[in-house]
Design a protein around this ligand. Structure first.
Ligand code: FES
Length: 578
C-alpha cells in the first residue's frame, strides 16, 4: 500500500448548515452521510461535486449515467470523493415556451447548489443548447473550481442512402415536405432516422458551438469538445475530467482565473472560425457578464473581418461533429488559429492554451478543418448589423446566408407576433413575393417571452411550392444554430419594449447590406416617432412566479438576455480590446 498522503480539501466541512454551533453542524452532517455507508477516510478527501443533468425529458443527456460513472472513476483514481447531485435539465424540444426562458433559472439553480453544498470543485455535465451556458454562468458566479464536461454529439443516421443528422437535415426535410416535394410517408420515415443515438445535435448547432467555445475558453480538458456521446473517447474524456477536477481543487483554480478577457476573446475567435451558432454570442455575453467582462459588438465585427471560417460542418458546410472529431477536433482547429489567439490564457489543467497546443497530437491530412489559406468562407461566420431598425445591433450568420440576398431591398411583410405568423404565413391570399422581406415582431427577450428560436421563419407555402428556398427575414428573436438562411436576428431593442421594429408596417421598404453592415427601414425618424406616439409599447408583465421575475429582470440580447441582478455590478473590461 502506498504511503503517499491523499489530497486534502475542506471537503465536507465547507459551507456548514447554520445551527449556531459549527462543531455540531459537521458532526450531524457526517452522521447523515455515514448512513449511506461512507468511512471517515472517504469523508476526509476533497469532495468533487458532479452536476447530474440526466433526465427522461433530455435525450441529449441520455449518456449521463455512464459519464457520471467515468467521472467518479477519475475522481477516485486521483484521491478525491465524488458526489453527484441533480439540477434542472433543459432540452430544446421539451421546454415551453422556449428553453432560453429557463436558461437563467438553470444558472441560478447551478450557482446556488454549488454554493450551498460542500464541494472543493465541481464537474458540470451539460450538453443540450442552454445547459452549458447556464452551467458556466452559474459556476462563474459561484466561484468554486469548476470544469465542464459535455455529453457529446449524437451519431448520424441515413435516409434512403443519404447521411442525415439533427437538426439541419430536420429543417431541410421539413422544408421539402412543406414544398410538397416529399409525402407524408417519407417524412414519417425520415423522422426515425434523424437522431441516430443519444447525444447533442450532430451539426455545428448551439450545443456543438458551446462545446467548442468552452474548450477554447479553457474550461474543458483539451480535446474534450468533440468526442461523440456513445464513444470510448467520450468516456475517457469523462474520466480525465474527474481527475482534473481533483487537481483543480488542490490548486484552488477557479473560473475567475480561467474566464478572462483573453479567454473570452479566444472563444469569440473560435465562434467566428467554426461558423458557430448565433446563440453563441448571446451565451458568451451572459457568461462574460457574470465576471464584469463586456463584449463589444463592433469589436466582434472587426474580428469577423479577419477570421475565416475553417470548419466544414453543417449548416455552413458539409460535415458532422463526428467528422470534426476524427479530423483532430479543437486542438487541430486551435493550432490553425494560433496566430490569432491569446496563447497565454490559462486552462483547467493549470497550463496555458499554448502549452496545451504544443502537447497536442501532431497534425495530419484531413478535409474537415481547413488551413487558413483555403477557408470555407473568407470572413467570420457572424456579422453585426446596425441601422435605424436595430440601434443596439443585430446579428446575421453570413456564412449560412444566400450571397444573392446579402445586398437586398424589399417590401416588408409584417407579422405582429408568432401567433399572427402561424395564422397567416401559409394563407394562399397572403400578399407576399419572393423579393419581399418577412418581418416578425415580439419574439425578443420579453416579447414571447424568452426569445424563442422562431427567427427562422418558414417560407410561405405558396412560395415554397414555387421553389423559393430563402428570403430575407428580420426579427428580434433567435434561430437554432442548426438553421441556415438570410436571417437577421437579435434586433435590439426588441419590439415589445418599444424598439423601432415595433413600428414597421406592411409595405415599408427594408434594406439589408452586409457590405455596409446595415439593416434599416426606409422611414424617416419623424414618421417612426409619430407611429410610436400613436401606439406606445408597455414592457410585458406577469402577475406571479418565475414569469414575473423573468419579465422584470431580463436584459436585451446585447447584454446576454441574463437577469440584470445576476450580471456583475461593475463591467470593468471590454473585449476585444483592439
Ligand atoms: Fe439538444 Fe440539439 S436538441 S443539442
Amino acid at each position: 500500500m502506498s504511503d503517499k498522503k491523499p489530497p486534502q480539501g475542506k471537503g465536507l466541512s465547507k459551507g456548514l448548515t447554520n445551527y449556531g454551533d459549527s462543531g455540531f453542524s459537521l458532526f450531524l452532517r457526517k452522521a447523515f452521510i455515514k448512513g449511506a455507508g461512507y468511512t471517515d477516510d472517504a469523508l476526509s478527501r476533497p469532495v468533487i461535486g458532479i452536476v447530474n443533468t440526466g433526465s427522461g425529458y433530455n435525450p441529449c443527456h441520455g449518456n449521463a449515467p455512464q459519464l457520471i460513472e467515468a467521472v467518479k472513476r477519475g475522481v477516485m483514481l486521483a484521491g478525491g470523493l465524488p458526489v453527484d447531485f441533480p439540477t434542472i435539465s433543459v432540452h430544446e424540444s421539451f421546454s415551453q415556451p422556449t428553453s432560453m426562458y429557463l436558461r437563467n433559472l438553470m444558472s441560478m439553480d447551478t450557482e446556488e447548489m454549488i454554493r450551498a453544498q460542500p464541494m472543493d470543485a465541481v464537474v458540470l455535465i451539460g450538453g443540450c443548447d442552454k445547459t452549458v451556458p447556464a452551467q458556466l454562468m452559474g459556476a462563474a458566479s459561484a466561484g468554486v473550481p469548476a470544469i465542464q464536461l459535455v455529453t457529446g454529439s449524437m451519431l448520424t443516421g441515413a435516409h434512403r442512402g443519404e447521411r442525415v443528422g439533427a437538426c439541419t437535415d430536420c429543417r431541410r426535410y421539413w422544408g421539402r415536405y412543406r414544398a410538397e416535394e416529399i409525402d407524408e410517408a417519407e417524412i414519417a420515415e425520415v423522422n426515425n432516422k434523424l437522431v441516430a443515438s443519444v447525444g447533442t445535435c450532430s451539426v455545428m448547432g448551439t450545443a456543438s458551438t458551446m462545446a467548442c467555445l468552452t474548450e477554447a475558453m479553457g474550461m474543458m480538458i483539451p480535446g474534450g469538445a468533440s468526442a461523440p456521446a456513445v464513444t470510448a473517447d467520450r468516456v475517457r474524456v469523462a474520466e480525465q475530467t474527474g481527475a482534473t477536477a481533483v487537481a483543480m481543487a488542490a490548486a484552488g483554480l477557479t473560473p475567475q482565473q480561467i474566464i478572462t478577457g483573453k479567454s473570452i476573446e479566444n472563444a469569440l475567435r473560435v465562434l467566428l472560425a467554426i461558423g458557430g451558432s448565433t446563440n453563441g454570442i448571446v451565451h458568451l455575453t451572459a457568461i462574460a457578464g457574470r465576471l464584469g467582462i463586456e463584449i463589444d459588438l463592433a469589436g466582434l465585427d472587426r474580428m469577423s473581418r479577419e477570421t475565416p471560417v475553417l470548419v466544414d460542418l453543417k449548416p455552413s458546410g458539409q460535415h458532422y461533429m463526428e467528422d470534426f472529431h476524427k479530423a483532430g477536433g479543437m486542438p487541430a482547429l486551435l493550432r490553425e488559429l494560433a496566430p490569432l489567439l491569446h496563447l497565454d490564457a490559462l486552462t483547467v489543467t493549470g497550463r496555458t492554451l499554448g502549452e496545451e497546443l504544443q502537447a497536442a497530437p501532431a497534425a495530419f491530412e484531413q478535409d474537415v478543418i481547413r488551413p487558413r489559406g483555403t477557408p470555407i468562407y473568407p470572413a467570420g461566420g457572424l456579422a453585426v448589423l446596425r441601422g435605424n431598425l436595430a440601434p443596439g445591433g443585430a446579428i446575421i450568420k453570413q456564412s449560412a446566408a444566400n450571397p444573392e440576398l446579402m445586398e437586398h431591398e424589399g417590401r416588408a411583410v409584417v407579422f405582429e407576433d408568432a401567433e399572427d405568423m402561424a395564422r397567416r404565413i401559409d394563407d394562399e391570399n397572403l400578399d407576399v413575393r419572393a423579393d419581399d422581406v418577412l418581418v416578425l415582431k415580439r419574439i425578443g427577450p420579453t416579447g414571447a417571452p424568452g426569445m424563442p428560436e422562431a427567427g427562422y421563419m418558414p417560407i410561405p407555402k405558396k412560395l415554397a411550392r414555387a421553389g423559393v428556398k430563402d428570403m430575407v427575414r428580420v426579427s428580434d428573436g433567435r434561430m437554432s444554430g442548426t438553421a441556415a438562411g438570410t436571417i437577421v436576428l437579435h434586433v435590439t431593442p426588441e419590439a415589445a419594449v418599444g424598439g423601432p421594429l415595433a413600428y414597421v408596417r406592411n409595405g415599408d421598404r427594408i434594406r439589408l447590406s452586409l457590405r455596409e453592415r446595415l439593416i434599416e427601414v426606409q422611414v424617416s425618424a419623424e414618421e417612426l416617432a409619430r407611429r410610436a406616439a400613436e401606439a406606445p409599447q408597455a414592457r410585458p408583465e406577469a402577475a406571479r412566479g418565475y414569469r414575473k421575475l423573468f419579465l422584470q429582470s431580463v436584459t436585451q440580447a446585447d447584454q446576454g438576455v441574463d437577469f440584470d441582478f445576476l450580471r456583475a455590478a461593475d463591467m470593468t473590461q471590454k473585449v476585444p480590446e483592439r
